[in-house]
Design a protein around this ligand. Structure first.
Ligand code: RET
Length: 279
């Protein structure tokens, strides 16, 4: 397996040990492009719909916009890194003088995971004490999940034991966050308008399924380790980035808008107030 390839130094990612056909290389490049293009589209959407959400929930849309910017920059940066790392010679893309890092992703998650979890707390409309208590549990659990996984991914080529150890530690924090999310939604869903309760319950499953693509991408090389593994895992990562950031944000915006309506908030009224205060 690839883990016997100990001639590679610590910290190297699996992407760097292969040479790619033009097809494989093009798919990975295009998947990065799809990823950051989707974040740019999401940014327009969240900014354009901002005023349709009433002030108590509006921060959720603002956070989605921040997530879009951070993911856009990260994926753009990763595509450039991918393009700089490989040189085309004799019909194949081979590693040149620069190394490809997957670690960018984990740094991006350090920003995005806390914000995504915070959005949930905002849309649920908790009292201040519960909001602070739940968001600190979720943010601390989320950061520990990411940073232990970040340590683990440095060993994916060189040390299977450390890779597995940090992966398991990270999974324990992941299970902790899922439990807190479950508890949070189960105990709060009763305060929502009845037409939104089913949807809010389903969001627990949506988070569980879409977030789990990240650990699948992490562990994939243990079972299968070829050029196509790299193509597959970058596809999984981009798919996960679109579902956990863009689509998730759109679902929460929908809920926030429904709640705004239930609170009798109308964009038109807010506009009239602003107009009359200007004139
Ligand atoms: C790692 C390491 C291996 C074990 C587990 C992981 C979980 C990662 C998750 C990431 C979620 C990221 C999101 C980003 C959106 O911006 C760190 C891969 C369990 C769940 C939602």
């Amino acid at each position: 397996t690839v883990f016997e390839a100990s001639r590679f130094p610590e910290g190297i990612n699996l992407e760097n040990i292969f040479t790619y056909t033009p097809l494989q290389y093009a798919i990975v490049t295009n998947v990065f492009t799809l990823g950051f293009a989707a974040q740019a589209a999401g940014l327009i959407y969240f900014v354009a719909t901002l005023r349709k959400v009433s002030p108590p929930y509006r921060l959720a849309s603002v956070l989605s916009a921040v997530v879009m910017v951070s993911a856009f920059l990260e994926l753009l940066r990763m595509e450039q890194n991918w393009q700089n790392a490989f040189v085309f010679t004799d019909g194949f893309w081979r590693l040149g003088t620069e190394v490809f890092f997957n670690g960018f992703r984990y740094i991006n998650w350090s920003i995005d995971v806390p914000l995504l979890l915070l959005q949930l707390v905002i849309v649920l409309g908790l009292t201040q004490n519960r909001a602070i208590s739940y968001s600190s549990q979720l943010i601390i659990g989320g950061l520990l999940m990411i940073w232990t996984g970040y340590i683990g991914q440095f060993y994916e080529v060189t040390n299977l034991a450390l890779f597995a150890f940090w992966g398991i530690v990270s999974t324990l924090f992941y299970m902790y966050i899922l439990l807190v999310v479950w508890e949070l939604i189960s105990t709060t869903v009763g305060n929502l308008p009845s037409n939104l309760q089913g949807m809010m319950r389903n969001i627990r499953w949506y988070i569980l399924i879409t977030w789990s693509f990240y650990p699948i991408a992490y562990v994939l090389p243990v079972f299968w380790s070829t050029e196509w593994t790299i193509v597959t895992r970058q596809i999984i990562f981009s798919f996960a980035d679109i579902t956990t950031k863009v689509i998730y944000g759109a679902i929460l915006t929908y809920i926030a808008r429904q709640r705004s309506q239930a609170d009798n908030y109308q964009e038109a009224i807010a506009t009239v107030h602003i107009r009359s205060s200007l004139s």
